[in-house]
Design a protein around this ligand. Structure first.
Ligand SMILES: Nc1ncnc2c1ncn2[C@@H]1O[C@H](COP(=O)(O)OP(=O)(O)OP(=O)(O)O)[C@@H](O)[C@H]1O
Length: 231
């Protein structure tokens, strides 16, 4: 179980991005944050991944306080954010993955096999020797997902992962997510894509840093109509 408790975050520019958000997500559940631009989705996902430290609040995974146990958090949580500057522009797809695999503690045969696996899972085989700077936007996204999959984590975070990728890649990503769910992983998203939101278990609606609603997708037929009220 992942528990997000009363998270507050104010940036240095005084913008209060999160004003006390609490959410619970069980194993094998998929959940997405939804809300207009600036609602606080990315901020919250970064805090859950412990990339950002909140001003107050707690994040518990299996009752372990992630903010106090960074090592545990790093082992158990993986995130795909699509931030371009975090890759090495002059390295190839494979070299980038090998580098980040090593940072995750993989070496030798384990590293080679894991990199091959994630390349296969994200359908990047024909691009392995292409430099990052030569990839299209969608291919960069796929590489970002591949990097997130290098780790055998418990919580997988995808921030607007399918934006800018083609339909075939979207399908591939959904299949991957389905596999993660089968393995009882917790999968978190932030997305504006209604079709994507229909496929998941729970939607948490954020507005100006506050949680204003939570929907169990299977209990509602008219998800689209409900969500459109909030954007
Ligand atoms: N690094 C930062 N420094 C200062 N303010 C920030 C920073 N990142 C985000 N903000 C502000 O915090 C608020 C929440 O931003 P956030 O990126 O979390 O929203 P979001 O819901 O993910 O938006 P989007 O749908 O546009 O991705 C916004 O008002 C934004 O301007």
């Amino acid at each position: 179980m992942l528990e997000i408790k009363e998270i507050r975050k104010r940036y240095k520019n005084k913008i209060e991005a999160l004003k006390g958000v609490s959410v619970k997500i069980g194993k094998g559940e998929t959940m997405s944050f939804f809300g207009e631009n600036g609602a606080g989705k990315t901020t919250l996902l970064k805090i859950i991944a412990t990339f950002l430290i909140p001003d107050s609040g707690k994040i518990l995974l299996n009752n372990v306080d992630l903010l106090k146990n960074q090592k545990y958090a790093k082992e158990k949580i993986t995130i795909s954010t699509g931030i371009e500057r975090s890759f090495y522009y002059r390295l190839t797809v494979k070299q980038n993955l090998e580098f980040f695999g090593m940072l995750n503690g993989l070496l030798g045969k384990a590293l080679k096999m894991t990199v091959e696996r994630v390349i296969e899972e994200t359908a990047l085989s024909e691009y392995t020797n292409i430099k990052y700077m030569e990839l299209s936007k969608g291919l960069k996204r796929r590489l970002d997902i591949a990097r997130a999959l290098l780790k055998e984590a418990e919580v997988y975070i995808f921030d607007e992962t399918t934006s800018g990728v083609d339909i075939k890649t979207q399908q591939k990503i959904y299949e991957l997510i389905e596999e993660l769910v089968q393995k009882k992983k917790i999968v978190l998203f932030a997305t504006h894509e209604i079709e994507e939101l229909k496929k998941i278990d729970k939607i948490v609606i954020l507005q100006k840093g506050r949680k204003i609603g939570e929907l169990n997708v299977r209990e509602h037929k008219e998800i689209e109509t409900i969500l459109l009220k909030y954007v």
